[in-house]
Design a protein around this ligand. Sequence first.
Ligand code: BDR
Ligand code: CA
Length: 316
Amino acid sequence: MASKPVLLDCDPGIDDTLALIYLAGLHSLGEIELHAVTTTAGNADVATTARNAAWVLNACGISTIPVVPGEPAPQKVPLVTTPETHGDSGLGYFNAPEHMLGDDYVDLWQRAVDTHGRDLHVIVTGPATNVSAFRSRDPQRFAELVNITVMGGAVNHRGNSTPTAEWNFWVDPHAAADIFDHAPCPITLCSLEVTDQMLVGPERLQDIVDKLGATAIAQYLPEILRFYFEFHQAKGEGYQAQIHDLLTCMIALGTIDFAATATTVAVETESPLLRGTSVADVRGHWGRQPNARLVTSAAIQAAHDEFDRACAALNR
Ligand code: BDR
Ligand code: CA
């Protein structure tokens, strides 16, 4: 089976870290080719998220993947990061060391499109800032993207940043709105309705650490995840955490079963109260062409098993 080429755009971020571990595992198995990782400003500033992504891949034993920071700030609103959720470092109680990084993410995206064409899978687990910027910088290549999966939005579900908005869409609402308004293909959307179900607590974390075994990342995961567990506990959600971005990667690659419905998604940009709110026109009131495949359910136990498989692959 040919390996799927993947471009990950992320903002590690604690759940992004587990997404990176998963993709590193599939890359080491030869099931995907992780072409590159670019980062956004969101959970932390863009230099920090890039440094974190590079460190995570190295700690998974993979040092050959280019990691490049993208746009430093949202399109039209000031950058807000979330140290209370992911720690000042973006990795909970852990601080990643400095790392040499590339500097031209647009060039990297262009090369990914030229190399892989319509086979390329773009997975976005941070604000949509880079995707939207790529659209305005290179509309021709943007139009060639036919596999885009995005973690974002709280469709038919409570928000996690405001009553109605999810964090990634809230941070850069204009970028989120833009990619749905100009989607080159129906974008697979993994919103909180589904990703809130992907929970990891202390016992499950121990399983993961055991599966990773001698892989360097294993020894750091407890101090990274402990911060995330404490944050959720302080919010009254129990000593556990939602691992949104990991589930998103599995849905993007079709490695677990899920259900999705074709619909039209729009994101609010102007109203202060409703900033970043996502709406899916499931009854077709707008009469617009579908621009999304809205994921409505996913096989959560299968996702845990699938993550174990990838972790075990790194333990060599
Ligand atoms: C999303 O926001 C970030 O804090 C997480 O990394 C995830 O991508 C969940 O709302
Ligand atoms: Ca993220």
